[in-house]
Ligand binder design. Structure first.
Ligand SMILES: Nc1ncnc2c1ncn2[C@@H]1O[C@H](COP(=O)(O)OP(=O)(O)OP(=O)(O)O)[C@@H](O)[C@H]1O
Ligand SMILES: [Mg+2]
Length: 352
């Protein structure tokens, strides 16, 4: 009988001692949130992608959670900037400042040797933006920087067997973009990035409330409504929520009550666009992979995957089982983190 405790050591997987002493980082540079995973410690930063700047001096006043808190509440000389928009880097100088801050925060001066960094970036990023991301990582003392694509990372993070010759369909609904990607044998067979995701849903709620009730609400209120009572298909029991804003008619603060069906109506256009992008991806799927998807269904990742009853709506409209990734907000960073220990796979899929 073969002993069960046989240990197999693969010498190809042994990494140089220097990198064992350093704390390698995996980073998800998202439109709404940035996350940093430190090897051996897990997710150490999970904060909004926001920076508060002093307009006159350009000095950074706050980054992340603290900067988001200031949104809509700043005096005239301070501006809160969200440097990524619609899945692309809108302001690369501010992105660089933000990335540098988060990397330093993740390290807390623990690292002995300069670390390796794997950074997942939006799929439609330009060469100039790639350089900006890479340069800021080097400035933050990276020894090596590798860039990978977010959709592929979402699939790995959700536990899909991306290296196998089977079709894997992942839908990552973030803040700026919805990325639909069909993956097989570590490659992307079909991918589409839709500039409709969480932020757009918030805007739709703001517009709806303004149009129907003449009430102006802020971005944060709109997001809260979406998270609490937003949905893609009806609930068994209706729910309501009190919302607050400024009346456009009286010009004073006012509270009203809205119900889930109204918010569903406000969100419908965004949800329909997401469902339609999935349908288009399926139409372009080669038959063998299509058969795999019909057996295995698709996986939803990103914060938007948490929109209530979205899985149900996809099932009803497309007829495919939809599974929500275990930790949808962290799928991308956890997928990226897996590459810290799989150099062979990293080589195969990293962006040039
Ligand atoms: N429970 C929830 N229901 C609906 N939406 C949610 C929920 N929780 C978070 N979200 C939304 O998810 C979005 C953020 O998701 P995520 O962090 O995956 O985006 P991101 O990675 O920063 O963006 P992107 O991938 O587009 O660059 C926000 O719009 C947020 O409002
Ligand atoms: Mg994302």
């Amino acid at each position: 009988m073969r002993p069960e405790w046989t240990t197999r050591i693969s010498f190809t997987n042994l990494r140089p001692l220097a990198s064992l002493l350093s704390e390698d980082l995996a980073i998800d540079l998202g439109t709404v949130n940035t996350r940093v995973y430190a090897r051996g410690r897990g997710v150490v930063v999970n904060e909004p992608s926001a920076v508060a700047l002093d307009e006159s001096t350009g000095e950074v006043q706050a980054v992340g959670k603290e900067a988001k808190e200031m949104l809509g509440r700043t005096p005239s000389k301070t501006r809160v900037i969200k440097p990524l928009r619609d899945g692309v880097i809108a302001d690369y100088r501010v992105t660089e400042k933000m990335l540098t801050y988060f990397i330093q925060k993740a390290h807390q001066r623990r690292t002995l040797v300069h670390p390796r960094m794997i950074i997942s970036v939006p799929s439609e990023i330009t060469q100039v933006e790639r350089r900006a991301v890479t340069d800021s990582a080097y400035r933050a003392k990276a020894a090596e920087v590798h860039l990978v694509e977010q959709a592929m990372m979402a699939a790995i993070g959700a536990g899909l067997p991306v290296t196998k010759p089977v079709g894997n369909l992942v839908v990552d609904i973030g803040g700026g973009t919805t990325d639909v990607a069909l993956i097989s044998m570590s490659g992307i067979v079909h991918a589409r990035s839709l500039r409709i995701a969480g932020n757009h849903m918030d805007e739709s709620i703001m517009n709806y409330v303004k149009r129907k009730y003449n009430l102006l609400i802020g971005e944060r209120m709109a997001e809260q409504i979406k998270i609490e009572i937003g949905s893609a298909a009806p609930f068994e029991k209706p729910v309501t929520m009190e919302i607050k804003g400024r009346s456009l008619i009286e010009g004073i603060p006012k509270a009203i009550t809205v119900d889930d069906s109204e918010i569903r109506e406000a969100l419908n256009e965004c949800v329909a666009a997401i469902v339609s992008a999935i349908r288009v991806a399926l139409e372009r799927t080669p038959p063998e992979l299509s058969a795999d998807i019909s057996d295995r269904g698709l996986v939803l990742a990103g914060g938007g995957a948490l929109l209530k009853n979205l899985d149900k709506r996809i099932r009803e409209e497309i007829g495919l089982p939809a599974r929500i990734a275990d930790d949808p907000l962290c799928s991308v960073v956890l997928g990226t983190a897996k590459l810290l220990d799989d150099f062979k796979l990293l080589r195969r899929i990293e962006l040039d």
